[in-house]
Write a protein that binds this ligand. Structure first.
Ligand SMILES: [Fe+2]
Length: 355
């Protein structure tokens, strides 16, 4: 269609049509949709029940073999607000990985950074760049971006753990790279090597022959002890610690921060909002989360997500331990992080029912 742009007969519709024909859009028609008063995430608050996941993971263990075509037997916690994408929020990926007896999930590496939080079981090790790292219940294991990693189950029992990645963020930044190792397993260069330089809290080596490696295993007994000590000392009903990169004091991964929280019954945490999303893995106990005015009942093995800027608070029924992953470091690096604490608790308007 031809328009004489200089003529006064040009209508508004003509203008828009001509713009669209040149792949131009009028911002004035979209500005309110883009410049919202606060984040408007497509992801919705959601909860996945451990009692639903576990039998499905075991069935997948029988029906889906791990081979070079599949690599990983993973049940992704797919947020129903994200149009079928296998993402838990716009930036974070949460999943349950299941490894059967004597199985190996082959070695590979990818630019997305990953962590494992072990829900139960033992007898599995993850090899991170040749370092054999044993995995026990409650441990946090890091496989940073572009580090080789494979998982091997040496036991006669199965094991399941929570996988957390920044894959949605990396995917949306068009920065995904992936590579398979030539062999199924990496050759081992040692065992728990990263703990050689992180054997004790509060010290670091200056012996140059032993390079300061990144700590990749955070044992549960230390987390447990730290939370107990904090609760005892503070006299409060809630204590939270952040896992840190012991080389820098910063977050464990460039894009992901991890925290452990212990809650005692009879206390409701303040209602807060955070820019960026967060995933919670319930390691012990039971209680409720209120997210965006909706009540979510949680217990051991459940996982729930709070999208960006959703109001959230918690209350436990029994002494509870929660593992959190958030994208805070990513937002902070971009100057986008903010949080807000409400003066009063949010009102509970509905109760979550999974579809
Ligand atoms: Fe991986």
């Amino acid at each position: 269609m031809n328009y004489d742009l200089a003529t006064t007969d040009l209508t508004y519709a003509d203008l828009i049509a001509r713009m669209r024909s040149r792949e131009l859009l009028p911002l004035w028609e979209q500005v309110r949709r883009l410049n919202t008063d606060h984040p408007q995430p497509k992801a919705v608050p959601w909860l996945w029940r451990g009692e639903d996941i576990r039998p499905l993971a075991e069935a997948a263990g029988r029906l889906v073999t791990i081979d070079r075509g599949g690599d990983r037997r993973v049940l992704v916690l797919a947020n129903p607000g994200l149009d079928g994408m296998p993402f838990t929020s716009s930036t974070l990926w949460g999943a349950i990985q299941y490894l059967g007896p004597r199985e190996t999930a082959p070695a590979h590496r990818h630019t997305a950074a990953a962590l494992r939080f072990v829900l139960e079981g033992s007898g599995v090790f993850t090899t991170v760049n040749g370092d054999r790292v044993d995995m026990a219940a409650g441990d946090l294991i890091l496989t940073p971006g572009w580090d080789w990693h494979d998982h091997t189950n040496t036991s006669d029992g199965s094991m399941a753990w929570f996988d957390g990645l920044d894959l949605p963020a990396v995917y949306n930044l068009d920065a995904v790279f992936f590579e398979r190792f030539a062999e199924s397993m990496q050759p081992l260069t040692g065992s728990d090597l990263s703990e050689v330089t992180h054997a004790e809290a509060g010290v670091r080596p200056t012996t140059e022959e032993v390079p300061l490696k990144r700590q990749v295993r955070y044992r549960w007994e230390r987390t447990d002890r730290a939370l107990d000590a904090l609760l005892r000392e503070s006299g409060q009903c809630s204590a939270t610690i952040e896992y840190i990169d012991t080389r820098t004091g910063g977050s464990v991964l460039p894009t992901i921060a991890c925290e452990a929280q212990r809650l005692l019954p009879g206390y409701r945490t303040p209602t807060r909002r955070h820019a960026g999303s967060r995933i919670c893995v319930v390691y012990e106990g039971s209680g409720i989360a209120v997210i965006g005015g909706k009540r979510f009942d949680w217990e051991r093995g459940d996982v729930f997500v709070a999208p960006s800027w959703a109001a959230i608070d918690l209350e436990s029924h029994t002494p509870s331990s929660l593992f959190w992953m958030t994208d805070r470091p990513l937002l902070q690096a971009l100057g986008l992080y903010r949080q807000h604490q409400a003066e009063q608790h949010q009102v509970i308007e509905a109760t979550f029912e999974p579809t």
